[in-house]
Design a binder for this molecule. Structure first.
Ligand code: ZN
Length: 289
């Protein structure tokens, strides 16, 4: 199946009360693992690149070609959208031109008026090419590719104005943070999430960033209240690193050609695939392809 935009399947998730996973890729192995997990779970997904990951891989064109060709070579039949995660304005426009199916314009670090103005422009240019758009209001705590957020609760009035741009899904802080959650984290603010969904109504899918490390009950409660896309990045990195560490600590790289990257990277790749299947199950999108 060719790549598709995210609008339809994320809106379907919002309507039926489940969420679609947005998983960040970094290379060939991660791409294959994420796609294999989605196919195994028979679920629609967004495979995402941050600006940093795209730079690491050699640019957006490389990412686009890699994902598109891998979907084809693996005979992936579930809906897959290639999405830019936390894109600056120029990067969002570049990805729209290159063929990404979905872009996040993250202007959350800008003054709100400028964020809104640029979001309108990205939405117009993206929709003219059939590309889905995610925007962000307020900041999400933690750090992702140098975009640092310390605020945690999105302003409801700003959410209303941003949704009015006609965007496809909205990221808004509800106490979530990127990276590893600190021990003293107070949890998601469901009261604030309810204020946002009450204000926006049932037609605007919301995105939960920092999906790694939020307890399952909290993730599922948030989904039941209107979160329709959950981003997972850090946790894939953690399971990949742990499985690779175990392989080396057990001395398997010294076994018969165990240093071959096709063997060395296999346990980590398998660990990502399994995590993707597990998280899709948490999100309720198993068999929703
Ligand atoms: Zn994020």
């Amino acid at each position: 199946m060719p790549l598709v935009r995210g609008t339809e399947f994320v809106k379907a998730a919002r309507k039926s009360g489940y969420a679609v996973g947005g998983f960040n890729t970094n290379n060939l192995e991660w791409t294959r693992a994420i796609l294999a997990g989605a196919q195994e779970a028979n679920a629609p997904i967004l495979i995402q690149t941050s600006m940093g990951a795209a730079k690491y891989m050699g640019g957006y064109k490389v990412c686009y070609d890699l994902v598109r060709d891998t979907v084809e070579s693996m005979n992936i039949t579930v809906p897959v959208a290639l999405h830019l995660d936390h894109g600056a304005y120029e990067d969002a426009l570049e990805c729209i031109e290159i063929g990404y199916n979905s872009v996040m314009f993250d202007g959350s670090h800008l003054p709100f008026a400028e964020n809104l103005e640029k979001a309108k422009d990205v939405v117009a240019k993206a929709h003219a090419k059939g590309v889905s758009v995610e925007c962000e209001v307020g900041t999400i705590g933690g750090e992702e590719d140098g975009i640092i957020g310390s605020g945690e609760l999105a302003d409801v009035n700003e959410c209303i104005q941003m949704a009015a741009t006609g965007l496809d899904y909205l990221a808004c802080g509800i106490g979530n943070i990127h990276g590893v959650y600190p021990e003293n984290w107070v949890g998601l603010d469901f009261g604030h999430l309810k204020e946002i969904t009450d204000a926006l109504g049932p037609d605007v899918p919301l995105v939960l960033h920092g999906g790694s490390g939020i307890p399952k009950e909290q993730v599922q409660k948030a989904i039941s209240m209107g979160i329709s896309k959950v981003n997972v990045n850090t946790e894939c990195q953690q399971v990949f690193a742990a499985a690779t560490r175990k392989y080396i600590e057990e001395g398997k790289d010294h076994d018969d050609k165990g240093f071959d990257p096709r063997k060395l990277l296999a346990p980590g790749t398998k660990a990502i695939e399994q995590l993707v299947v597990d998280r899709i199950e948490w999100f309720g999108s198993t068999n929703k392809a």
